[in-house]
Design a protein around this ligand. Sequence first.
Ligand SMILES: Cc1cc2nc3c(=O)[nH]c(=O)nc-3n(C[C@H](O)[C@H](O)[C@H](O)COP(=O)(O)OP(=O)(O)OC[C@H]3O[C@@H](n4cnc5c(N)ncnc54)[C@H](O)[C@@H]3O)c2cc1C
Length: 483
Amino acid sequence: MKGAPGYRVNPCALEILLMGASPSIIDQLDLKKYGLKFVYPTTLISGLFEGGRRATFYKDLERTAVHFEQQFSKEDADGYRKMVSHITWALKAAMPYLMGPASRPSVGALWEILKTLLKSRKEVAAGARILMSPMDAMLHEYFKSEEIKIALGGFCLANFTSMSELGSGAYLSILTGAHEFGLRRPMGGSGQLTRAIAACVNDHGGDIRVSTPVEKIIVRNGRATGVALNTGEEISAKHVIAATDPLVLGNRLLDASDLPDTTHRQLKALDGTIAPINVFKIDLALRERPIFSGFGHEDADPEVLAALVLCQNMKDWYRSESACSAGTYDPGNMPLTTYFPSIFDRTVVPDGSEGETMYVYAVNTPYKFSDERTWESHSEKFVENCISTLETYAPGISSLIEDSFTTCPDQFEKRYNNYKGNYAQVGMASPTQLGPWRPIPDFANNKTPIDCLWNASAGSHPVPYLNGWAGRTVAGEVLKKMK
Ligand SMILES: Cc1cc2nc3c(=O)[nH]c(=O)nc-3n(C[C@H](O)[C@H](O)[C@H](O)COP(=O)(O)OP(=O)(O)OC[C@H]3O[C@@H](n4cnc5c(N)ncnc54)[C@H](O)[C@@H]3O)c2cc1C
């Protein structure tokens, strides 16, 4: 960070979850050869509650269940074991399908799915029900403890939808899936993953241009023939693969006349499904680790503090969600998710320092205000309010800040060219965003109505996170066509 030399932060993604599932692009591209190393956190998340009560989700499932039984109840411990098992089986069954083209699963993939169904049909069905249900309904069904519900739900939802939305249960797989499929972070920050992939591309003769915006995709006679840069330069290509939000691809990178009317109507309908719920991100460089004495956690192990959900109950969550939907927020009720990436990875702070990097994520942030406030005018105040919330948990934290870096919804949109700042790209919390319908029927299977134009972004795939699956599928399809 500029004002804190030696501190490195992740303005966007931090965790790698499903990329560990086999076959993984980490092995297929031999990314370790290009210097990629990982750290393996032992805790997934902790909810910190008044009076020193906490709900910690460890990477180890049994450790988590035993902790729940001691802190809360046997029903909660069993509920968690059951939920993890149900979701894990559903993911195992879906995995061969998710890893390939959506509407043309290979015979091998179908065989793998059938084997899983034969082994565990009831578990898969129970898991599928969780994934397609509203998240809060499932939390109420599986758990008695308010603390477990809000810590698990508050972390998983990570946003862009409501906890009561049909299909938001799918987000529960983010945490519960980590027990089976692993959790890792690139050592040195997420940029190390991109750096390793770039080194691999260069090593194989590829040429990468950064900070080179594409103005338009060139389409001639219904076929993509290259791209036009904002400098006026044109690059021709046999195939064009866009790794951008499908709404950016359809509405900004193509001329309206390039797409049929049906596609325009589908894109318009998709646009209408994007919830006004966004996020605000603050990265902090701290002189030392703060003490969470406000809620009685002054003796908490670093392992417990490494990732936190700071929201006391479901009622507060619902209140913040409805304020957000109304285009505002309550400074006295700001649910936060925080991480100290440096607790598990000391390479992101200066050598020998006692400092920490902190990742603060304000969920239920309005995309736009319903009054005269804009993000440009209000960001500073919003940061102040977030820090005040942090102060209630960790008094004195503001005096430890060396430097900060903020990203408001507008900046998510402008910096990364996401549509409406929605980095999850069209979201996944809807049964209509499954398989052959994702993101819209005309863009399904990573294709578009334009020949040789592909979409390999998170929004083109039912699981919109760092996994490499969409890119790998498209690479396979393009290679087949080029033979
Ligand atoms: C704050 C935050 C936290 C997250 N945490 C996690 C996490 O912990 N784990 C996880 O798995 N995922 C996480 N994600 C989500 C993850 O980052 C996305 O799902 C993933 O990056 C999407 O990959 P993508 O390649 O489809 O799109 P992107 O990563 O958005 O890449 C698209 C690229 O295209 C570029 N681009 C767009 N338009 C143009 C143009 N016209 N010309 C040239 N370039 C263009 C953009 O600049 C961008 O670099 C997080 C995201 C954010 C923002």
